[in-house]
Design a protein around this ligand. Structure first.
Ligand code: GLN
Length: 447
C-alpha cells in the first residue's frame, strides 16, 4: 500500500513527509493490540491517517510547510495525536498546507503546491489542501486538518470530501502550531459524514493543557447519524446566495436545500447582513494574532537559522527574512500595523467590535433556525497560479467561511454535485455553538 501511495503522490504531492518504516511497524503493533482485544471496538483501530503539517508529531518533522521550521522535530505530541494513538490509529505521514496555514490554495507552501486530484490544473484549496487531496486521492483514509478561517471546509469542498470545523473549544489545540489562536480549531477531513462523526468523537473532549478547551467529554457524535430532518428549521442567508456566487455553485446548493425540504425540513431565506464585514474583520484579527504568534521564530530556540550573521539582531533579521515566505511576511506586516499605537483603535479594536456584532447576528438567527445553509466557497477549485498574484482576490474567496470562526461556531462542508468541468461543489451547514449533532444529522440525511 505504501508503494502505491508513494507512486500516486508523485502526481499530486499531498505529502510533505511519509512515515514509511514507522507506519509499517505501527501497523503491526496495532494488529497485535486488535488481536488481543486491547483496542476494544475502536472504529479507528488500524486505519491509516494523514496529519496536517502544523500538528506536532513527536520526533517527526512538523514544518508548517515553512522553511523556518524545515528541520523542526517536536519533542512532544499534540493532544489529538495522543488521542488517535490511544484509539489505534496508524499515522502514515504529514500533509502539505499553505505556509503557517495562511492561504486558500496550498500554493504558499515552501515545498511547492499540492494538485487537485479531480483535475491537476486546479488547486486543492487550502490551507489544508494536502489533507483534502490525500483523502480524495485515497492516499489516506482520513486526515486531520486545522481551520482558522475555512481551511478544513474550503479544501474539502474543492476536493469533493467532507470536513468538520468544530465549535471553538471542542478539540484541544495543544500541539497545534498557532496561526490565530482565538480562531484555530482542529477537525476531521474524511470521505463521508459518518467517518467525520466517528473521528470527531475520538479527538474531542476536555484537555487541561489547553485553557480554551471545554468540558464536553460525553458528546457522542455518532448517535446523531440519523436520517431525519422532519421539522428542522434551516435558514439561508440571502447574501450567501446573491452576487459574487458562481451560478453552478448556487444551483448545487439550492438543490441540496430542496432535498432537505423534501425530507421534511422547513427552509427559508433571511437577512444576515453583518457578515458583509467578516472578511476585513477576519484579516485584521488573524493577522494581528499571527504577528504575535510568529514572533517566536527567531533562529535561536529552534528551526532554521541563517548561515552568516553579525550579532544577535542580525540573526533575527536574516533568519526571518530568509525563513518566511511572502504571504506570511505580508500578514505579519499587516498584523504589526493594526496593533501599533495610533492604529490599534482604528483597526484592531474596530475589528473586535465587528466580531462581536457578527456573533450577535448569528445568535439572533439561531433563535429562529437550527441550521444555517449556504455554499462553502463562491466557486469550485480555481486554477493553479490564479490567486498567487492577486492576494485580495484570494481573501475574498473566504467570504462564506471566516464568519463561522469569528463567531466560534461549528460547520461542515460536504459535496453537493459537480460543475460543468466535473469539479466538486461544497455545501456548508453551520450550527449553533456545540450544535455539532444538528449539522451531522442534517448532513447525514442529505448524503
Ligand atoms: N484562507 C484563510 C487565510 O488565509 C483561512 C486559512 C485557515 O483557515 N487557516 O487566513
Amino acid at each position: 500500500q505504501l508503494e502505491i501511495l508513494k507512486a500516486r503522490d508523485k502526481e499530486y504531492h499531498a505529502y510533505v513527509t511519509i512515515f514509511e518504516e514507522e507506519a509499517l511497524s505501527r501497523a503491526k503493533e496495532v494488529q497485535s493490540l486488535i488481536d488481543t482485544g486491547e483496542l476494544g471496538d475502536s472504529p479507528l483501530a488500524g486505519v491509516p491517517v494523514a496529519i496536517k503539517d502544523n500538528i506536532c508529531t513527536k520526533g517527526n518533522l512538523t514544518t508548517c510547510s515553512s522553511k523556518i521550521l524545515n528541520n523542526f522535530k517536536p519533542p512532544y505530541n499534540a493532544e489529538v495525536i495522543e488521542r488517535l494513538n490511544r484509539a489505534g490509529a496508524v499515522i502514515i505521514g504529514k500533509v502539505n498546507m499553505d505556509e503557517f496555514a495562511m492561504g486558500s490554495t496550498t500554493e504558499t507552501s515552501y515545498y511547492g503546491p499540492t494538485l487537485n486530484p479531480w483535475n491537476t490544473a486546479h488547486v486543492p484549496g487550502g490551507s489544508s489542501g494536502g489533507a483534502a487531496a490525500a483523502v480524495a486521492a485515497e492516499e489516506a483514509f482520513y486526515a486531520l486538518g486545522s481551520d482558522t478561517g475555512g481551511s478544513i471546509r474550503q479544501p474539502s469542498a474543492f476536493c469533493g470530501v467532507t470536513g468538520i470545523k468544530p465549535t471553538y473549544g471542542t478539540v484541544s489545540r495543544y500541539g497545534l502550531i498557532a496561526y490565530a489562536s482565538s480562531l484555530d480549531q482542529i477537525g476531521p477531513i474524511a470521505r463521508d459524514v459518518s467517518d467525520c462523526a466517528a473521528i470527531l468523537e475520538v479527538i474531542s473532549g476536555h484537555d487541561g493543557k489547553d485553557s480554551t478547551s471545554i468540558h464536553s467529554d460525553n458528546i457522542k457524535y455518532t448517535t446523531a447519524l440519523v436520517d431525519d430532518v422532519k421539522g428542522m428549521k434551516i435558514g439561508i442567508p440571502k447574501g450567501y446566495i446573491g452576487k459574487g456566487l458562481d451560478s453552478e455553485v448556487r444551483d448545487g446548493v439550492l438543490k441540496a436545500a430542496k432535498v432537505l425540504e423534501s425530507k421534511g425540513a422547513i427552509v427559508e431565506e433571511f437577512d444576515l447582513d453583518i457578515v458583509d464585514y467578516a472578511i476585513p474583520a477576519y484579516y485584521v484579527i488573524a493577522s494581528a494574532e499571527a504577528s504575535s504568534n510568529l514572533s517566536r521564530y527567531d533562529g535561536v530556540k529552534y528551526g532554521y537559522r541563517t548561515k552568516d550573521f553579525d550579532g544577535l539582531q542580525d540573526v533575527y533579521k536574516k533568519t526571518r527574512s530568509e525563513g518566511f515566505g511572502m504571504e506570511v511576511k505580508r500578514r505579519m506586516m499587516i498584523g504589526a500595523f493594526v496593533l501599533s499605537s495610533g492604529y490599534y483603535d482604528a483597526y484592531y479594536n474596530k475589528a473586535l467590535k465587528v466580531k462581536a456584532r457578527i456573533k450577535e447576528g448569528f445568535d439572533k438567527a439561531f433563535e429562529r433556525y437550527d441550521i444555517i445553509l449556504g455554499p462553502t466557497a463562491p466557486t469550485t477549485a480555481t486554477r493553479i497560479g490564479e490567486s498567487l498574484s492577486d492576494p485580495l482576490k484570494m481573501y475574498l474567496g473566504d467570504i462564506y467561511t471566516v464568519s463561522v470562526n469569528l463567531a466560534g461556531l461549528p460547520a461542515i462542508s460536504l459535496p453537493c454535485g459537480v460543475d460543468r468541468n466535473r469539479l466538486p461543489i461544497g455545501l456548508q451547514l453551520i450550527g449553533r455553538p456545540f450544535g455539532e449533532a444538528d449539522i451531522i444529522r442534517a448532513a447525514y440525511s442529505y448524503e
